[in-house]
Design a binder for this molecule. Sequence first.
Ligand SMILES: [Zn+2]
Length: 115
Amino acid sequence: MDERAATELVSTARAETASLALALARRRDEIVAASEFSSGDDEHDPEGSTIAFERAQVQALLQQAEDELVALDQAAERVRAGVFEVCERCGGPIAEGRLQALPTTRTCITCANKR
Ligand SMILES: [Zn+2]
């Protein structure tokens, strides 16, 4: 993979993750706004506890998307540094197919399986 292809791979994944994070943040805001109309008594209000559960779920997914964005920024730096396809553990090459499926990976499949 040349640097241009790697840059494109990472930036495409970043754009997808950024729009996912935006959608999740919007969903969380909707839930927060909706919960302001509920009694706030989560334990005794079945609807309140459903809202709390969904809010926690959306929050967890949003956190995941934000972590992914950080990892993708690091991947972009690895591309710039010329080490995108170099395994952090053994220094060997990371297979192109693996990078295409997992642009944030820092290890080759052999090292990943050793963990
Ligand atoms: Zn390795």
